[in-house]
Design a protein around this ligand. Structure first.
Ligand SMILES: [Zn+2]
Ligand SMILES: [Zn+2]
Length: 597
């Protein structure tokens, strides 16, 4: 029997209890599968001609509570196949009969036969495990959630069953917390906010997975890029620009063909039988730049950076908003260094990650050390180098007191990597970005430098992308910040709100002044009431609203309201403009209420 925790057993037992309650009300219902899942459990039923809706949840839940209060014992017994089938057929459970036969035919049944769990009047063919008795279910820890259709065995040629989902957690508080977070996640879903705030567009005629960045989204991208370039410039990076297309020979050399072929788009045949590929990674182009002339140890570490466009073939069904796309732009860089510089450079890159994530307040990120799997053919064969590189990265993480977990079989094909993972609002972990140590590409691309001792050596290469792709990073920022960007990134930095016609000229004058300073601002000249104008600006998550009335016009002032702050302050228009310039130039994170401006 598999090792599982108590919550798993609670969820699995609740699936049985729900089926038991459902059969009480719908004795003719036929059961499909009923497993525990991440946030609770479900069970599939064939209700025949009977209709069921979420309005029936109350009576089912009531019966479930009755079963729980009766503290029914769970017990297990085994039956040989023919007896098992007879039993299930007697229960009129045709789907279970079909599955039982399959288990035996495919040799999945245990020697003792098929296992059955019984509690009270209910019997289900099941592997378990379960809690000891139904009384162990914590009070109010579960709730029937929703109904959906689901094909038997996930096969659209088979009957459509009715799936009833339940949520279940360790206690009532955690259940409520989950429901609250799910509500928030729905409100903040980047696909929903991305449309409302006009950040990006997915157009069917262009294709799913190929987002179009609207003017507001283009501003956010440009600001992130400018920031990255400033930070990278200070950290000694050189910026380059390379094309998104390359001949197949480049990817044969790099090993992307064949190691990475399934993530690449099929080739285009041009120039009489030359194959060209859309690039899935920027590395090979950068290696060409490193290698175009002889390099000396004096140039190392040599850091090449580019916000580079890339294209990856993701299955159509997996495409979703900005999170799973086919065209993306990566905050990429490659650092070419000597053996004894690897540690220091890797540590610097980890510092950079920390700097960015703290700055953006992306909360606690988790670090995963992804190692190769020597059994798999997904990785370059060189056990000695793998050993060395994996040890080095582990050492760096330990020396820098970075907590991490290790996972086999998640490395890049050319070296181990550190994955930075953050939890989304529902607590699911997503890899935001990675840093890799590469011992393969210098050999493949014939990259060298003349060392201090006069010999020729091959550099180690670090691949890093702390700000991830624009697509992934911006989807996270939208969700974590609820669409409220700080002034420096905000598509519209200041909304001028004139309270009547008579002050529009003053507002225009201010807009003119700010536009010349490169400040993104707008005036609400609509006929809407003052309150509605404020509401509109808040809905658009404009970080700064400047209210302009007769007094303000007469005094040369504005009344300033910040997006996330209740208080408003009056100040001279010139001082206010200076402040916006300050917020922008210093990239102040004023989308958090605790930040003084
Ligand atoms: Zn079960
Ligand atoms: Zn790379």
């Amino acid at each position: 029997m598999k090792e599982v925790d108590q919550l798993y057993k609670i969820r699995h037992s609740l699936a049985h209890i729900m089926a038991q309650a459902v059969l009480e009300h719908y004795p003719k219902a036929k059961m499909g599968f009923g497993p525990p899942v991440d946030n609770g459990f479900y069970y599939d039923f064939d209700f025949g001609t009977e209709k069921i809706s979420s309005e029936d949840f109350k009576k089912i839940e009531k019966s479930m509570y009755k079963i729980i209060n009766q503290k029914q014992e769970f017990s297990i017994y085994y039956k040989p196949l023919d007896e098992a089938i007879e039993l299930l057929a007697g229960m009129d459970q045709s789907y279970k009969v079909e599955y039982a036969k399959e288990l035996v035919e495919t040799g999945q049944a245990e020697d003792q036969g098929l296992s059955f769990y019984v509690n009270g009047s209910f019997t289900d063919m099941c592997e378990g495990p379960h809690i000891n008795n139904t009384g162990e279910i914590p009070p109010k820890c579960f709730k029937l959630d929703r109904i959906s259709g689901s094909y038997w065995r996930g096969d659209e040629k088979k009957p459509m069953l009715t799936r009833i989902y339940g949520l279940a957690f360790e206690n009532e508080e955690e259940l409520k917390d989950y429901i609250r977070r799910r509500e928030l996640a729905m409100q903040r879903d980047h696909r929903k906010l991305g449309a409302e705030l006009e950040i990006f567009l997915i157009d069917d005629e262009v294709g799913t997975g190929l987002p179009l960045w609207l003017p507001n989204g283009a501003v956010i991208r440009a600001e992130l890029e400018a920031w990255a370039k400033d930070v990278e410039f200070k950290a000694g990076y050189h910026h380059v620009s390379t094309p998104s297309l390359s001949k197949s020979t480049l990817y044969l050399r790099s090993g992307h063909l064949p190691y990475y072929a399934e993530s690449m788009f099929p080739p285009m045949v041009l120039d009489e039988n030359t194959e060209y590929y859309l690039r899935p990674m920027n590395c090979p182009h950068h290696h060409k730049i490193y290698g175009f002339r002889p390099r000396s140890y004096r140039e190392l570490p040599y850091r090449l950076a580019e916000y580079g466009d890339m294209f990856r073939y993701e299955k159509h069904g997996s495409l979703s908003g900005l999170l799973r796309v086919r065209a993306m732009c990566l905050n990429d860089a490659h650092i070419y260094c000597e053996y004894d510089q690897v540690k220091e450079e890797f540590a610097k890159v980890m510092d950079l990650y920390k700097y960015y994530y703290d700055y953006l307040r992306l909360g606690n990120f988790r670090v995963r050390l992804s190692l190769h799997d020597s059994e798999s053919d997904k990785y370059v064969k060189d056990e000695e180098e793998w050993q060395f590189s994996e040890d080095i990265v582990r050492e760096i993480l330990n020396e820098n007191k970075i907590d991490f977990i290790e996972e086999r079989g998640e490395a890049a094909f050319y070296g181990p990597k550190v994955d930075i993972q953050i939890k989304n609002l529902l607590g699911r972990e997503e890899t935001v970005s990675t840093c890799q140590l590469d011992f393969v590409m210098a050999k493949r691309f014939d990259l060298w430098y003349s060392a201090k001792d006069g010999t020729m050596k091959q550099p180690y290469i670090l691949h890093r992308a702390p700000l991830s792709t624009h697509e992934r990073m911006i989807s996270f920022l939208i969700e974590f910040w609820g669409g409220a960007f700080p002034t420096w990134m905000a598509p519209n930095q200041v909304m001028l709100i004139p309270v009547n016609e008579g002050v529009v000229d003053y507002a225009m004058e201010m807009k003119q002044k700010m536009t010349e300073l490169g400040i993104r601002c707008d005036i609400d000249v609509s006929d809407d009431s003052f309150n509605k104008k404020i509401r509109k600006a808040v809905t658009k998550k404009t970080p700064n609203m400047w209210i302009i009335g007769e007094n303000e016009k007469a005094e040369g002032t504005i009344t300033w309201r910040r997006y996330c702050v209740q208080d408003q302050i009056k100040m001279s228009a010139d001082a206010a403009i200076d402040k916006i310039v300050h917020l922008r130039t210093n990239r102040i994170m004023d989308n958090f209420a605790d930040v003084q401006i």
